[in-house]
Write a protein that binds this ligand. Sequence first.
Ligand SMILES: [Zn+2]
Ligand SMILES: [Zn+2]
Length: 112
Amino acid sequence: MQRILLSKNVYACTQSPQYSCKRCKQRFRAIDNGSKSCRFHPELFSGGEVAKAIGFVRMSTDPKDQLKAVKGKTGLMRFWDCCGEEEETSPGCQLAYHLTYDEELNEVQGWH
Ligand SMILES: [Zn+2]
Ligand SMILES: [Zn+2]
């Protein structure tokens, strides 16, 4: 994230409290929180046997594509349930507001 240090509001900015996001674990300030600030995976990183994973829909319900996704793989496959990304560290597939651990604050601020 880039911060432009030109305005006289900077002092006020640096003084505003920081929160930890319960989704992406990043630190953020209320002032920086927008509807596309948080990038996350809405589902869990899980996985299963390749045989079970064949039924997993990877942006396509075409059996041909699904076969391609698991072809040549053996044993366990791990992936994000939401989007099928196989890297645990892959960037989130959804954008939303950062959420604090304080439900009441999320509510008041309209973060969701
Ligand atoms: Zn995802
Ligand atoms: Zn976040």
